[in-house]
Every structure is written in structure tokens, then in C-alpha cells.
Design a protein around this ligand. Structure first.
Ligand code: NAD
Ligand code: UDP
Ligand code: UDP
Length: 343
């Protein structure tokens, strides 16, 4: 059994369990599941820069070694090819649990696998957290609100989810993951944190993952028409990845369980997003309408009052500021010298 005396982290040094932000300290041992993916790899960069030891656990379904390759050779970094659906034994202080495909195209590819990842994968990581006394953070999603009847969405809203639809492997999977997280907290005393992440974009997104920002940016760069699904009047709120990573770290280190909405309240219709992409990349880019996908949520916008008040967090990067940062990465990966993910 892993005793707290052996822990490098604050669990052993601070009896209140609170981690004072900004205090000089020894590195923690942290697992990031899904750490070779888009969000995970940016989180890993911040944790390594802070002086922590990071173990990335990833099965490379949608993640890529290129996203974390710049840490190879660093003794504080380890990469394990592992599927979280299988049990895993590690000794760590914190677990950031991100492993799960996030793009609808990816999570619908093998829906049963998506459910297993969310349910069995989360169960395993909670079992690990319980065994070693690690703090566990779940990256849940705004999709738990489904096609919301409340706008903007507050954390107190229980959502409007179709349990038998094509998106439910993800939506219901994440809802169950939240349930498991709370039950391990209530039943086994595991220290848990829940983030509900809203649409996030930035460098290292998969170029052809079918998400709207990556699609529009890649299409504009390739001089292809921007594919707007449906009438383009549906809305989303787009958050730049560095804002999300800051929010996740504050949540992990703070004293509140959540759930917390982490997103940028700036709301855009898909047609407005297409205009911003035109302004940023190519004013002559054409728009092409395509049929929308099934059960597509009509509106989505986070109410972030809770995160503002309790985590002292709010996004800093607007869509017009963040988009160019992603465009340079995409331009390099589409036309460049194949240094994928080096950004
Ligand atoms: P991503 O697809 O880039 O990253 C997911 C990572 O998990 C990949 O590296 C993938 O290989 C890995 N993975 C998937 N299944 C696995 C398994 N069974 N075992 C081990 N590894 C596995 O997606 P992302 O955008 O970086 O999302 C990260 C997390 O944030 C996900 O849990 C997602 O649900 C959540 N989230 C993201 C967004 C967003 O807009 N990016 C929004 C809401 C929630
Ligand atoms: N588990 C794991 N790593 C650990 C501890 C547990 O992967 O370090 C897995 C374990 O195999 C089980 C799940 O987590 O499938 C839940 O574990 P728990 O101890 O809560 O439940 P039990 O094993 O009693 O079903
Ligand atoms: N969408 C679009 N064109 C695309 C891809 C997506 O208009 O090429 C729309 C999609 O119908 C949805 C919105 O953009 O209304 C966001 O889709 P995405 O897959 O990025 O994320 P999610 O639906 O999970 O929010």
C-alpha cells in the first residue's frame, strides 16, 4: 500500500489538503490520461514547466507522439502506451483524466468503445486514485447539458440529453463518469474535481477531426469551401486552449469539487465563426451548406460565474486573438516541414 509519507506532493505536507497557489514546492507526480491528445499535451507542457513529474497514459486513438515528443529525454517525463479500459498500477499524487475521444466524428467511430472508455476507463482511474490516495480530476463536457433548454448553461442545470441517440455514447458516457466520480468521493473519500469543458480550439488539434474550428481553418488554408452544417444559426462558445489549461490547473489545486463550467462565454453562430475565419485567413473563402448531423445542440454558452467566484478564473483569449495562433500551427502542419505538434 502506498503510504502518504512517500508522497512528494502536498497531500503529505499540508494537512488541510489545500494547495497554496504559487508557493515554491517540490514537484508532484502526475498522471495525465489522454496526455498525447490536443488538450492533454498542452496541460503536460505547463506541468513539466512547473517542475512536476508527468506520466502520460495514452492509447494513441486520437493522440499523437508528436504532441509530446519535445519532452522525450526529460527524466521528468514518461509516456506509456496503455488503454485506460484496462487496469493500471502507478504511484502518483494527482490524476488528470482526459482519455476519451472528443470530436463527434471520433467518438461516433466506435460508440461502444467510447462508452467503455468513459465508464470502465474512468472506473479504473478512480480505483487507482483510491488505492494511492491521489486527487482525481475528470474532464467532463458541456455535452452533459445535451440540447439545452436553459441558456446560458449553469452547473445546476441537469441537461436535456437523448439517451438513445448517436451522441449518447459520449454524453451519457460522460454523465456516468461524473456519477462514478461523485460516488468514489462520497463512498471511498477520494478527492475529486469535475470540469465541464466547452468547445476548445488551438494548436495541435487533429487537422481532420471534423470539429468545426479545425474544419474551417483547414478548409480556408486549402482554399476549399467552408462547410456550414444546417442553416449555420446554431451557436457554440469557443475557448482557446491555454485558458482551459489554466482553469484545469486551478481546479485541481483549489479546494472545490465542482462541477465547474470551463469555457469562453463569447457565443458565435457557425456563420459568424465562418466570417471570423474568412477575416483571419482568406476573405474570399466560399461557404458551402451541408445537412446537419443528428441531435446537434442548437445553442451552447457557459455561465462561468461559479469558476470566476471560486477559482478566480476567466478566459483571457478572445476568438479573434486565439484563431491566428492556431492558424500558424495548422499552416505549418498542412504545408510545412512536417514538424507536427512542435508549436
Ligand atoms: P483528443 O482526442 O485530442 O484527446 C484525447 C486523448 O485521449 C487522445 O490522445 C487519445 O488517444 C486518448 N484516448 C482516447 N481513448 C483512450 C483510451 N481508451 N485509453 C487511453 N487513451 C485514450 O481530445 P481533446 O480535445 O484533447 O479532449 C481531451 C478531454 O477533454 C476529453 O476527455 C474530452 O472529452 C474533454 N473535452 C474536450 C473538449 C474540447 O473541445 N476539446 C470539450 C469538452 C470536453
Ligand atoms: N484499478 C486500477 N488500478 C489501481 C487500482 C484499481 O486500474 O491501482 C482498477 C481495478 O482493476 C478495478 C477498478 O479500478 O477494475 C476499480 O477499483 P476498486 O478498487 O474501486 O474496485 P474493485 O477492484 O473492488 O472492483
Ligand atoms: N459544424 C459545421 N461545419 C463543420 C463541422 C461542424 O457547421 O464542418 C457545426 C456542427 O453541426 C455543430 C457545430 O459546428 O453545430 C460544432 O460542432 P463540433 O463538431 O465542432 O462540436 P460539438 O458539436 O461537439 O460542439
Amino acid at each position: 500500500k502506498f503510504s502518504s509519507a512517500h508522497r512528494l506532493g502536498f497531500g503529505s505536507t499540508n494537512p488541510t489538503g489545500k494547495i497554496p497557489l504559487g508557493l515554491k514546492r517540490k514537484g508532484l507526480r502526475i498522471v495525465v490520461t489522454g496526455g498525447a491528445g490536443f488538450v492533454g499535451s498542452h496541460l503536460v507542457d505547463r506541468l513539466i514547466a512547473r517542475g512536476d513529474s508527468v506520466i502520460v497514459v495514452d492509447n494513441f486513438f486520437t493522440g499523437r507522439k508528436q504532441n509530446v515528443m519535445h519532452h522525450f529525454g526529460n527524466p521528468n517525463f514518461e509516456l506509456i502506451r496503455h488503454d485506460v479500459v484496462e487496469p493500471l498500477l502507478l504511484e502518483v499524487d494527482q490524476i488528470y483524466h482526459l482519455a476519451c475521444p472528443a470530436s463527434p466524428v471520433h467518438y461516433k467511430f466506435n460508440p461502444v468503445k467510447t462508452i467503455k472508455t468513459n465508464v470502465v476507463g474512468t472506473l479504473n482511474m478512480l480505483g487507482l486514485a483510491k488505492r494511492v490516495g491521489a486527487r482525481f480530476l475528470l474532464t467532463s463536457t458541456s455535452e452533459v447539458y445535451g440540447d439545452p433548454l436553459q441558456h446560458p448553461q449553469k452547473e445546476t442545470y441537469w441537461g436535456n440529453v437523448n439517451p438513445i441517440g448517436v451522441r449518447s455514447c459520449y454524453d451519457e458516457g460522460k454523465r456516468t463518469a461524473e456519477t462514478l466520480t461523485m460516488d468514489y468521493h462520497r463512498g471511498a473519500g477520494v478527492e475529486v474535481r469535475i470540469a465541464r469543458i466547452f468547445n476548445t480550439y488551438g494548436p495541435r488539434m487533429c487537422i481532420d477531426d471534423g470539429r468545426v474550428v479545425s474544419n474551417f481553418v483547414a478548409q480556408a488554408l486549402r482554399k476549399e469551401p467552408l462547410t456550414v452544417y444546417g442553416d449555420g444559426k446554431q451557436t457554440r462558445s469557443f475557448q482557446y486552449v491555454s485558458d482551459l489549461v489554466e482553469g484545469l490547473m486551478r481546479l485541481m489545486e483549489g479546494e472545490h469539487i465542482g462541477p465547474f463550467n470551463l469555457g469562453n462565454p463569447g457565443e458565435f453562430t457557425m456563420l459568424e465563426l465562418a466570417e471570423v475565419v474568412q477575416e483571419t485567413i482568406d476573405p474570399n473563402a466560399k461557404i458551402e451548406f451541408r445537412p446537419n448531423t443528428e441531435d446537434d445542440p442548437h445553442k451552447r454558452k457557459p455561465d462561468i460565474s461559479r469558476a470566476k467566484e471560486l477559482l478566480g478564473w476567466e478566459p483571457k483569449v478572445s476568438l479573434r486573438k486565439g484563431l491566428p495562433l492556431m492558424v500558424s500551427d495548422f499552416r505549418q502542419r498542412i504545408f510545412g516541414d512536417h514538424k507536427e505538434g512542435s508549436n
